[in-house]
Design a protein. Structure first.
Lengths: 518, 247
């Protein structure tokens, strides 16, 4: 309903000020009677966010108080909806005004409790001589749960009531004049987090790194490797707790990046050490591979069912039932692995190699200046991508397309690793240009890998001649043929996508950034 | 936006009580509601503690969109607004008779707020006049409180005849029994007879005679606010549930 003057926001910084507010305003608003309905005691609340802090980064504050799910946003104000169980995935929440605002949270991430706090809610009603409410003040205060005398931060929002414009203006004047309240433009959720003592975890799966053009290439490699080992490791507890599939995904991506630095940064570590490190990290990734595959299957479950007719669904139901069981077994194994001393020690020992290397570990290019080294690597890889891609036509074998994909991926990793050394806007734009081609090649590969692994599944799990094996075989057969079609469709797009990537402008940019000396 | 009128050509049958409580039940059910008091006595506004409108005098109601919308007041309840009446409303018939298309004037005036509300509830004065004809024409539904007594039965028949004579759609009429005292034989007999006679037109829900409704004047609030679990409050909720299915 339309209001003639809009709500205003004020900030209060002390608990005592909240209690004094009614009295203080009463003195200024003598024509009216103020009725205070403020909680005697603060209520415990629990704050939620996902592991990558999407809510916090979107300047939101999500909390459960009793049976209510509340979201405070800098621009949307406060929204509330009933909640009947602990929040998890956004898709599983009831629909409501809070859920509608949570598009910042990835559908793959689960909301997790990030800490407890205290909340105080109150309403002050302003009545006229008929005891009619002519304006309201809504108070939401937050304090730390642990501190014996917590710091408080409260926001006071005025609520005008239609047809009582004058009363609202008088209230605004009283609040503006009051020493207890301070007018603010918007809710500062960062300040609330600070008041309740919940710190930023700092988790960033793709952190921005800093290094200089003249820095040793070796130290750059070490820095990237250390960073990604740390990122992998902070995901371990989440994998063990099985909150969502992104923990394992981030863990694997981080270790893959480590392995890529080792294999792509040629001449940084000695030949022998390069081989040793590569092997060691591959061995750490291998035990997580099957679990990730199963995660991907289960995440895509719905779309698999949509690919084939309903009459063939029975076999898929059986297959996915088996996947779920197998996933539990794989998870159990991984939990044991992470808990073992040998795993902990082995990763720690491995990580320690990238702090300071004895000279024996260094390769011939270890002390090259970072930027010159980066240019050389990227340029070489770029030339390789172009050479393979230009040779691809409709008749080229699929193996060549796979090779192109691998080189594109390596090129992308190199450019991402070295981003800090080049003008940000330009290198990021180039990475983006590469993306169209990469997405295309990625899908081509996914369809191909899925067909292979489904065939492998058939051979290993549905080969006993039982009735259900026949059903699985029919479903998987139908699925494989659809995937095969899709793979061909993607294959057909590769030439056009490369042509789009291979523009004059892009060529010129690659040359300027990675070939020409400063 | 639906327009529901609460109307009876007889006074003292519970029109205002129905308007006030039904409006509150509607808002509680999540409907953005405007209770529009057309009765110059201004009882609806009184129950909601809203003072009579000073600016919406004489024919401004039908002519001045700005004054009309500015006279709307927020009630103490979420989603419920009130357009209070004033004494000049007693001359509505005169203003309307001076205007062209007098019967569609009311609907035109209400158009100004059609995007702001899901339901506009009209609390009408008890007579058959140009204003009530305008109400009959504008309202999508007309809720008619009927006390199960001989006299009210007679006025309801008169209303039906009027609708017949003026070729108005009788389907709009939704009668219900009001101020029912089940211990009185006359009440139960009349209800039985009328339900038979008018088949399915009467709402199943009926509102009992209740001191809680009388106490609204002391509390200056709808019964659902201060006597939520009492029979009268429940009756208004049941009425809305049933109405919702019909409209």
């Amino acid at each position: 309903m339309m209001n003639q003057s809009s709500a205003q926001l004020f900030q209060v910084e002390q608990l005592s000020a909240i209690a004094d507010l009614t009295n203080s305003l009463s003195k200024k608003l003598k024509k009216y009677q103020l009725v205070s309905m403020i909680d005697d005691q603060s209520q415990p609340i629990e704050l939620f966010d996902c592991f990558d802090q999407s809510v916090r980064q979107a300047r939101g504050l999500l909390y459960v108080s009793g049976k209510q799910l509340n979201l405070i946003g800098e621009h949307c104000g406060k929204r509330t909806q009933p909640v009947d169980s602990r929040p998890g995935f956004v898709a599983d929440l009831n629909s409501g005004s809070v859920t509608a605002q949570l598009s910042c949270v990835s559908p793959l991430r689960s909301l997790l409790a990030v800490g407890k706090a205290l909340h105080m809610h109150g309403v002050i009603k302003m009545l006229d001589n008929n005891d009619k409410t002519v304006a309201r003040i809504v108070i939401d205060g937050f304090g730390a749960a642990s501190n014996p005398q917590p710091l408080w931060l409260a926001y006071v929002t005025t609520q005008p009531i239609r047809g009582y414009h004058k009363a609202h203006l008088e209230l605004l004047r009283a609040l503006t004049e009051s020493k207890l309240t301070q007018a603010v433009q918007s809710i500062d959720t960062a300040k609330i987090y600070q008041a309740v003592g919940i710190e930023d975890s700092g988790y960033d799966r793709k952190p921005t790194m800093r290094f200089g053009a003249e820095q040793d290439a070796l130290s750059v490699a070490n820095q990237i490797i250390r960073t990604y080992i740390d990122i992998a490791r902070v995901n371990e507890p989440g994998i063990v707790a099985d909150h969502d599939s992104e923990f394992l995904h981030d863990y694997r991506v981080s270790l893959r990046k480590v392995r890529s630095v080792i294999s792509l940064f040629k001449g940084i570590y000695s030949e022998q050490h390069t081989q040793e490190y590569k092997l060691a990290f591959s061995e750490h990734m291998a035990p997580t591979g099957r679990l990730r595959d199963l995660d991907v299957y289960l995440l895509e479950k719905e779309s698999y069912f949509q690919l084939i007719p309903e009459s063939l669904h029975e076999g898929l139901h059986i297959m996915f039932g088996q996947f779920e069981q197998e996933r539990q077994q794989q998870l159990l194994m991984l939990r044991k692995r992470f808990a073992s001393t040998s795993y902990q020690q082995s990763l720690e020992a491995l990580a320690s190699h990238f702090i300071e290397q004895p000279d024996a570990q260094e390769g011939p290019l270890a002390h090259l200046a970072a930027k010159a080294y980066a240019q050389q690597l990227v340029w070489k890889r770029y030339r390789k991508v172009c050479n393979i891609a230009r040779g691809i036509d409709a008749n080229t074998p699929d193996d060549d397309v796979h090779e192109l994909r691998i080189h594109c991926k390596k090129l992308r990793y190199l450019m991402e690793f070295f981003t800090p050394l080049f003008p940000q806007k330009r290198i990021k734009a180039l990475i983006k240009t590469l993306k169209g081609l990469q997405d295309n090649l990625g899908l081509f590969n996914d369809y191909s890998v899925q067909q292979e692994s489904l065939q492998a599944y058939l051979a290993n799990h549905a080969n006993k001649g039982r009735k259900q094996d026949l059903m699985i075989a029919q479903s998987v057969g139908a699925l494989t043929s659809v995937l095969n079609q899709r793979q061909h469709q993607e294959r057909a797009k590769v030439m056009a996508n490369f042509a789009a990537f291979d523009s004059d402008l892009t060529r010129q940019e690659f040359r300027q950034l990675f070939k020409e000396k400063d | 936006m639906k327009i529901i009128a609460c109307y009876s050509n007889k006074g003292g049958v519970g029109k205002t009580a129905t308007s006030v409580n039904l409006a509150h039940a509607l808002a509680l059910a999540g409907k953005r509601t405007l209770l529009c008091d057309l009765d110059p006595q201004g009882a609806s506004g009184f129950y909601y503690r809203v003072k009579p409108s000073k600016k919406l005098q004489h024919d401004a109601f039908f002519k001045d969109v700005d004054k009309f919308t500015k006279s709307i007041r927020g009630s103490d309840f979420e989603l419920l607004d009130i357009l209070p009446a004033n004494m000049t409303y007693r001359d509505f018939d005169i203003f309307l008779s001076r205007m062209k298309n007098s019967r569609s004037r009311l609907k035109k005036a209400l158009k100004a707020v059609k995007n702001e509300y899901d339901v506009v509830l009209l609390d009408c004065p008890p007579n058959i006049s140009t204003l009530s004809e305008s109400v009959f024409k504008s309202a999508d539904h007309i809720v008619v409180p009927v006390i199960p007594t001989t006299l009210t039965e007679r006025t309801y028949e008169q209303l039906l005849q009027f609708f017949d004579r003026h070729k108005l759609g009788k389907k709009k009429l939704i009668p219900f029994f009001s101020m029912v005292q089940r211990q009185k034989n006359l009440h139960t007999e009349t209800m039985e007879r009328m339900r038979k006679k008018y088949k399915k037109s009467f709402l199943k829900a009926s509102v009992p005679f209740s001191t809680d409704v009388e106490k609204m004047g002391i509390h200056r609030a709808p019964v659902l606010d201060f006597a939520r679990n009492r029979p009268a409050a429940k009756a208004y909720c049941a009425m809305w549930d049933e109405l919702q299915q019909r409209i």
